[in-house]
Structure formats: C-alpha cells, structure tokens
Design a protein around this ligand. Structure first.
Ligand SMILES: [Zn+2]
Length: 415
C-alpha cells in the first residue's frame, strides 16, 4: 500500500531542519520519498494549506492514570501522593485497561504518535496499545518490595514482561520508580536486566527538593551523584524530571549520555518549586525531550500545551524571551525524543517509520502561515483541534478529524 501526502508544507525535523513544499510517499509503514515529484501511489491525501510534520512524542507518562483527571487537584504535594497511592491500591485490571484506552485516544487525537510509559501492569497497557494502534514504549516499574502494591516481586514481574513476545508497535523497557523507594540492590538488578535483554531504562529522578534533601541527609551525596557512583547512569537511561540538579550533576548526565525527560506542566501543577535547568543541560549536550507526566499531575496529555508552557516557563524564569526558541522546543517533542528512545521516529526522513501528523494551517488561530513561521505557529498557536490526520506506522488513525475507534462506554475503577 502506497499513500501519497501531496502539496503539504513539510516540517521535516531533519538535520538541516528543512521545510519543504511538496509530497511525502509512505509505503506500508515506512517513509519512502520526500520531495517535489509525484511518485506512483495507490491512495492520496491532499495537504494543501496543511502542515505535514513528525508525530509528537511524549517521553514520560503513566497512561493508566488517565482516568485520574479532576480528582487530584487543588491539593498540596503530600496529599496528592497520599491520594494517588490510595487510588493505586484499589485498581482493577479493567480500570487500568479502560484508563489506558482513554489516554491513548486522547494522545492520538492531539497528534501524539509515541509515548514512554512508567507503571506496573504494562501487559494490560500493551493490550490497550494493540487496540488503539499507538506506538508504545512500556517500562515496567520496579521498586523495593516493601513499598509496592504489585502482586509478586516487581523485578521478576518486569523481567517476565520483557521476556514475553510483544506486538510490533510495543517496545518493552525496565522501569525504576525512584531513589525514595529503591535501594542500590534494586538499581543493580535493573541494570543487569537492561543489559541482559538489551532494553532501555526509565525512571523518576530529582523531581522535588525534598526528595533530594532527604537523600543527601542519609547518603551524604545527591541522587545523580549517587547513581553516577554506582555506575547506573548510561545512554540506556531516560530520567524524568531532573529539576533539582546541580551543574556538576548535569556534567555527569552529559558524560554518561543519560537522557532527560522534562515535565514542566507537571512540576508546576504540583508546585514542587523550581524549574529544571534546561539551558544548562542543552549547553552541556544533554538530550532533553518532553513529557506530560500522568493525568493526575497534568490533567492533559496535550503535547502542544506542553511545548508552549515549557518554553514560556523557562524564558520567563530567565528574563529573556530567546533563551529557548520554538525550533528547539519542537525538536524536543519530535527528533530529540526519537534519538532518546533510539528509534527511527521523530523525523520525516526516508526509511523512518511513517509516524506523521497533518495540521490544518488554514484556521483562525494559525493564519498567517508560511515556510518561515510554521514552526512558531505550531509551538505558540496550534492546538489539538487543528490536527486533521494522524498516521502511525503507516496507518491513518485520525482521518479528517475523526478517530477510528470510539469508546461508547467506559467503566473507570476509581469511581
Ligand atoms: Zn511520573
């Protein structure tokens, strides 16, 4: 099957950040051609007045918590954590499945084509991924047994999940919750499994000041310093948050090629104080991508909002509107995330997976548009309602604003 997207304004996100007026040919699940020619094809989408760009990539969420919207708001962090763990302990398999479907459809609708998840019960989440067709990176969370709500041993559960056969669009990872519930032994086991099965690692790291100070009190060193000293940092690790890190720790992240997922909205909603030192990370060549975190601490999986808020929060904090620019924020939500996940996604490039979205530029909130300002418009003005087509692995999952699968009834387990 050959699908031609023709006459679009193509934001390629390639190495030169070329913006091309032309056509993209998808053959089955792979991008085969980008340019002015009209190659042979079986079907076509007319993208005149539309922006053709890589699908957005969310590198930190807990998709099974998508049903937690509107019930964890207006409360301080301690109460948030208490209430979340109460809700977590009462979860059912159906609730996890339905909440995951809800979140995946919200992502597809808003132009997100891949996400990185951290949770237990990733086997159930994989079933939801199969139904919705979204590309999924699923990290089974581990922690010390005394803190877990999982049945059985978390590391064994994670290993069993990794060993299973997975559908094409799912890549398993091993997760580790964070230094506040994981001993060194947990870190060593995670590292061992990551190497044994050649899978990546996802974790929370230095999210709040309290977490860092509590750790320093006991261990006499900061969390990133500690993970560096036990040799845990590596290019297989994607660490979410990294808000409270020093320049010395940023150098450790850089030297080890550890990747960071920045969650600006979630950090602000939980008012954990501080803004991650992103400009310093970029100056030190740390790969930074964007995550929404869960619908409990964000209430939205909207990556357009995440791009805009992240950029504004940093620039306002640094008293300079050019500290971070729109092109870099879009990179973080697309190509840099693809690099972080080591997958051929996030760029419209030949032989990359066909994960593409088409955004209608001919809308009140997007006019005027031209090759020079489309990136700015995507970051500052676009919203999910502008996303007309979403193609994941060559399949059209949002077609003329309509999602293929509708959920008629949803029973969420926290109600
Ligand atoms: Zn999180």
């Amino acid at each position: 099957m050959r699908l031609l997207i023709k006459n679009g304004i193509i934001i390629t996100e390639n190495d030169n950040r070329d913006i091309i007026n032309g056509n993209v040919l998808i053959e089955d699940n792979i991008i085969k051609y980008i340019g002015k020619e009209i190659p042979e094809h079986d079907d076509e989408i007319d993208a005149k007045n539309k922006i053709v760009m890589p699908g957005l990539i969310n590198t930190h969420t807990h998709i099974a918590m998508s049903g937690f919207k509107g019930i964890l708001d207006d409360i301080i962090l301690d109460d948030f954590l208490k209430k979340t763990s109460e809700l977590d302990s009462k979860r059912t398999d159906d609730g996890i499945y339905n909440s995951s479907l809800l979140g995946m459809y919200e992502m597809i609708n808003s132009g997100t084509t891949s996400f990185l998840d951290l949770y237990y019960s990733e086997d159930i989440i994989e079933k939801a991924a199969k139904k919705t067709g979204i590309r999924s990176f699923l990290a089974w969370a581990t922690l010390d047994e005394e803190y877990t709500t999982q049945k059985g041993n978390p590391v064994k559960n994670a290993e069993n999940f990794i060993k299973k056969d997975h559908i094409d669009l799912v890549k398993p990872l091993i997760g580790i919750q964070g230094i506040y519930v994981s001993s060194d032994e947990n870190y060593y086991k995670v590292k061992e499994i990551s190497e044994k099965y050649n899978v990546m690692v996802h974790t929370h790291l230095s999210e709040t000041r309290k977490e860092v100070y509590d750790f320093v009190k006991i261990h006499g060193e900061r969390p990133v310093e500690h993970l560096n000293s036990i040799n845990f940092l590596s290019d297989r690790l994607i660490a979410a948050h990294c808000v409270w890190v020093t320049l010395n720790e940023i150098k450790m992240l850089s030297n080890s090629n550890t990747r960071v997922s920045w969650n600006a909205v979630s950090n602000a909603k939980l008012a954990s104080g501080g803004i991650a030192p992103i400009p310093e990370m970029i100056n030190n060549n740390v790969n930074v991508s964007l995550g929404t975190d869960s619908s409990g601490s964000n209430n939205s999986l909207n990556m357009f909002e995440e791009m805009k808020f992240s950029l504004l929060s940093i620039n306002n904090d640094r008293w300079s509107a050019d500290t971070l620019k729109s092109q870099k924020i879009l990179d973080m939500a697309t190509r840099d995330a693809g690099i972080a996940l080591k997958e051929k996604i996030g760029i419209i490039r030949e032989n990359y997976y066909a994960d593409i979205i088409i955004v209608d530029a001919n809308k009140f909130n997007m006019i005027p548009y031209n090759n020079k300002n489309v990136v700015n418009n995507i970051v500052f003005s676009a919203n999910p309602e502008n996303v007309e087509y979403v193609i994941i692995n060559g399949k059209i999952l949002k077609n003329k604003y309509k999602i293929n699968n509708k959920i008629d009834f949803m029973e969420l387990d926290y109600m």
